[in-house]
Design a protein around this ligand. Structure first.
Ligand code: MG
Length: 294
């Protein structure tokens, strides 16, 4: 009822209603919040939740950046059209992880949440969990095709629509999210390295259209408890460069500045089930090539 009421109001009236609620728990400056909502009235309902407002307006300062983590004030990368093609048959030296027939190369703590039907595997969208490869990988070229679910209604929280992710080594997330008419903080949108690096452009396609990630992942190196070479990722989304040899500051973490904890040279690749009802994300044609250390 509250949501319908707010969405039916003009911008000025919406600001007046949302701003007081924000000051109680979020720690966000009410004048700035009112200004943001005036500029982006479609975010009003989302930002009315003090926890979400705090996340995206009052997160920790990022190192070597003028922005906070998950900062919605960051400029939105421009959208580019990418057509519908997604053809990338596995090269001869690839480990084919999923070709539509079975999930024999995969495991997980909630393995039965993942449904295989008509050559496509889909998240259960009920429990936050990961599908993990049985084999481990370090430096790798990774190809993943995914499809966003139809958007049944405007999401109150954009992070709840079609959220999944590709996690090299199970630790470093390349975000999967609906990138069409679903604005969120740029370092949390499709093509981002979650909570660290926005994509160069928004190359996301509409829900229902297959999309493809091609990722070159360079694993971190450690000496004792010290990282001697951070992880790096180059990412193509639907054939468009979105991460250009991006240096990661640590393993993916939510609402904090990432850091490294030493780990093995090879670990399983993982896919995320975000566990909320609007995040039924489907996958097909997944393969990986081991790369020489670089
Ligand atoms: Mg995700």
């Amino acid at each position: 009822m509250k949501i319908v009421f707010l969405m039916g109001l003009g911008v000025a009236a919406t600001c007046a209603l949302v701003a007081p609620a924000m000051t109680q728990d979020s720690g966000v400056d009410p004048a700035e919040l009112a200004q943001i909502v005036a500029q982006h009235p479609d975010w009003a309902v989302w930002l009315a939740d003090p926890a979400l407002a705090k996340l995206t307006l009052a997160g920790p300062k990022m190192p070597n950046s003028n922005w906070r983590a998950d900062d919605i004030r960051r400029p939105q990368p421009p959208h580019v059209e990418t057509g519908k093609a997604c053809a990338a048959p596995p090269p001869g030296d690839a480990d084919v992880l999923f070709d539509g027939h079975d999930l024999n190369k995969w495991t997980g703590d909630h393995f039965n949440e993942w449904t295989l039907k008509d050559g496509v595997v889909t998240t259960g969208a009920r429990v936050y969990n990961f599908l993990r490869t049985k084999d481990s990988y370090g430096d790798a070229q990774i190809h993943v095709e995914f499809r966003e679910p139809a958007q049944p209604h405007p999401p109150v929280n954009p992070q709840y629509h079609g959220n999944s992710g590709v996690f090299p080594m199970g630790l470093y997330e390349v975000q999967i999210l609906d990138g069409a008419n679903n604005q969120t903080y740029p370092d949390g949108m499709v093509g981002s390295i979650y909570s660290q690096s926005p994509p160069l452009v928004n190359a996301g396609r509409a829900p229902g259209v297959w999309q493809c990630y091609d990722i070159v992942f360079r694993s971190p190196h450690f000496s004792g408890n010290t990282v001697t070479q951070p992880a790096r990722m180059t990412v193509m989304l639907n054939g468009v460069l979105v991460q250009d040899n991006t240096v990661l500051i640590g393993a993916t973490i939510h609402g904090k500045v990432a850091s490294y904890t030493p780990h093995a040279a090879e670990l399983p690749l993982a896919l995320q089930d975000h566990g909320n009802p609007d995040s039924h994300v489907s996958f097909r044609n997944i393969w990986v090539r081991r790369l020489s250390p670089g």
